[in-house]
Design a protein around this ligand. Structure first.
Ligand SMILES: *Cc1c(COP(=O)(O)O)cnc(C)c1O
Length: 402
């Protein structure tokens, strides 16, 4: 029997939306019973018209906020002119974006490979590291998240994500984060790269230490390995600087970015430093990578981030948000961690019921491991909304205590 026909222009009832998605999606994502149909800046609305402060923000893909007018206009304009242009041909928008992105990038990163997602940017980094060094080994950190395709999954730590898909790519190993002696022991003449997040996102919002990252850079340089810093979540202003590594005074050799790069439009990039050798033609590629539509969206996004000084805003609002969260007087709060507007509240109880309580109070947040509530608000969020988030969390925790 065929499923019921649904015209794309029809407005679906809430129950139909849930039924259709539940029946026909692959089912690989746990879902909350909430249907979102519209977004603007730091807000989203459900199908019944209820408004939420969105601290999920597409898992950190909306630093400029939902439907930023400049991004919308760029997509509209470019979609009428040219959407696809293979990388075997030159294109004006792609040239502009490559020039812009590499200017904004950390020192010495003058090349970039354009793709469509975070995991693809990480895959590119892994391949380029192997290609450039002629070595197989990748050293990553425990608790790391780098994506879910087989290469990036091999660097991801979580056993539930990995185990069903083994055997994964050979040559990967994991060491404890912030233990330089373990890295010292792991990096040798077979190591292509050390792969780290500057702040672990999915792993619980855990910043890597400054000395640790600088030590990792020194070890890589000394032993002929490359340093890959995965800035898929921390990049484009999120942590209070364009790239989180800039606050640590560390320069990676390869830097995967994605999430907020094109203002909500799917795009990834792997930035390439001068310690990476020549990458031969044909060694990597992507049909949609660097398409003019994504490039136009990214150009508009980077403009907004610069013009509205979103890194500065993330730093200022992040400090205020962090301080207010830490001042919540609850025995259930173990620790408030993070950098800029990437903030985790580690609880002495499970995060899931707290996320539900927040949602009932009009705030969407996400987990980072079993006990951490993570906030990744758009960087354009207004201060009163952050105060409302803090008040909602305080209220949820107060009712959870009793
Ligand atoms: C989200 C994320 C990825 C994967 O990005 P996708 O676009 O979901 O493939 C990789 N690394 C980090 C640090 C991430 O946060």
């Amino acid at each position: 029997m065929s499923s019921s026909f649904v015209s794309t222009s029809a407005t679906l009832a809430a129950a139909d939306i849930v039924a259709l998605e539940s029946t026909h999606s692959a089912g690989v994502t746990a879902r909350r019973p909430l249907t979102i149909v519209r977004g603007e800046a730091a807000y989203v609305w459900d199908e019944a018209g209820n408004r939420y402060i969105d601290c999920i923000a597409g898992h950190g893909a909306l630093n400029v906020g939902h439907c930023h007018p400049a991004v919308v206009a760029a997509i509209e304009e470019q979609s009428r002119r040219l959407m696809i242009c293979p990388t075997s041909l030159y294109n004006d928008r792609r040239a502009q974006l490559l020039s812009r992105l590499t200017k904004l990038a950390p020192e010495g990163m003058k090349r970039a490979f354009l793709c469509n997602s975070g995991t693809e940017a990480v895959e590119a980094a892994i391949k380029f590291a192997r290609l450039s060094t002629g070595r197989p080994g990748i050293v990553a950190a425990r608790m790391a998240f780098h994506g879910r395709t087989l290469g990036s999954l091999s660097a991801t730590w979580k056993p539930q994500y990995r185990r069903p898909f083994e055997p994964l790519v050979p040559g990967f190993r994991h060491v404890r984060l912030n233990r330089l002696e373990e890295l010292d022991e792991a990096v040798d003449e077979t190591t292509a790269a050390v792969l780290l997040e500057v702040v672990q996102g999915e792993g619980g919002v855990v910043p890597a230490g400054r000395e640790y990252l600088q030590g990792a850079q020194a070890l890589c340089r000394e032993r002929g390995a490359l340093l890959i810093l995965d800035e898929v979540q921390t990049g484009v202003g999120r942590t209070g600087s364009w790239w989180a590594c800039q606050q640590m005074d560390v320069t990676p050799d390869l830097m995967p970015v994605a999430k907020s790069l094109a203002g909500g439009f799917p795009m990834g990039a792997c930035l390439i430093g001068d310690r990476v050798g020549r990458l031969p033609a044909g060694s990597h590629g992507s049909t949609f990578g660097g398409n003019p539509l994504a490039c136009a969206a990214a150009l508009a996004t980077l403009d907004v981030v610069e013009r509205e000084d979103l890194p500065g805003r993330a730093r200022r609002l992040g400090e205020m948000f962090h301080r207010r969260l830490a001042a919540i007087d609850s025995p259930l709060v173990r620790e408030v961690r993070g950098l800029g507007l990437m903030v985790g509240v580690d609880l002495r109880i499970k995060a899931t019921p707290v996320l539900k309580g927040l949602q009932e109070r009009g705030v969407l947040a996400l987990p980072a491991g079993p006990t951490v509530v993570r906030f990744l608000p758009p960087l354009v969020i207004e201060e009163p909304d952050l105060e409302e988030v803090v008040a909602a969390l305080a209220d949820v925790l107060a009712s959870a205590e009793t």
